[in-house]
Design a binder for this molecule. Sequence first.
Ligand code: ZN
Length: 362
Amino acid sequence: MLLAINSSNQYCFANLANREESYRCPACKESVVLRHGQQNVAHFAHQVQASCHSFTEGETIDHLLGKMALYRSFAKDYQVVVEPVLGQISQRPDLLVKRPQGPDLAIEYQCSPIGRKRLQERNQGLKSLGLEVLWVLGPAYYQRRLSGELICRFLYCGRLFFYVPKQKRFDTRFNFSKTDFHKLHYQNQIGFPAILSSLANGAEDDHDKPLGMRSASQPVLYQTKLVNPTSNLAQHLLYQRTKLTLLMVQGRVNIDMINYLYERGQRLDQIPDWCLLGQVFGLAVPNWYFRLVLVLLLEKVGLNHWIFEKSLSARLRQYFYPSFQEPEKIVKATYTDLAVSGVICLQDNKILVIKLLQFVAD
Ligand SMILES: [Zn+2]
């Protein structure tokens, strides 16, 4: 930890601490020792590790450096508490940023892997105190190719935040989109403290529009231009169908879906074009699968029949990652896309089916 209490009951930063003085842990009040070598960052450590429950011991140098860097960049503009003692929940986030408007922001700099359950508990604890939580990821995450599921866990305002101590590098990733059979696509921006500052200020993420950025919560749906610029529409469709055929041949598609279509005299590689044009991030299934399910559900509703938007949306929720926070936005945008294509008509929270999308013939 970076902070401890000295004998006059004052908080003291490790880099300003003095070896003659004795220090205590702000949480458990047990004595801590100052560690300050050539190799490591000045920090305090418990003498008896097991005695403190509210603080993770064994912080790596990266973790200490990151915490310090984050502290410095926020402390320029905001009141920041380092390693706040939150007695009620036995948790100590790395930083607590006091915002002029809105709830305070707890910041966790995460370098090591953390399981989903543990992450949930930490989030819930902090949220129970009315805090918002921002996770900033360390070098191990920065270098890895992150799965969609993992990204969803750490998204804040549609963005991922990183700090790499060796390069003193702040980064954010945003505008995530996923075309089936293509790699995850996103934009990367170096230097996030400016964005964080606006977030810390309680301002909306989309305020930085001059940079031409869109929050990732705004899904990228297919309209006229594909994210992958090398392909035009016809090429794209052909590519997607070929890939689907390959999946079928390799037996890598949900057999229930194959059978369901087979009963109707249809094949998977004949699904309507519209199914192949999704590019949204947040789905736990491919875009084509999600869209096909929606097409089949609308078919069940039947031509010139109505369905409540809510009841249709409830059936689509299961296809998103559980930790994805904005499935409603994606579902809504998909409806809009269908409405623009003349397939449905939206009215008073109800959906009217006005056209059935056709499977393609051989
Ligand atoms: Zn302690």
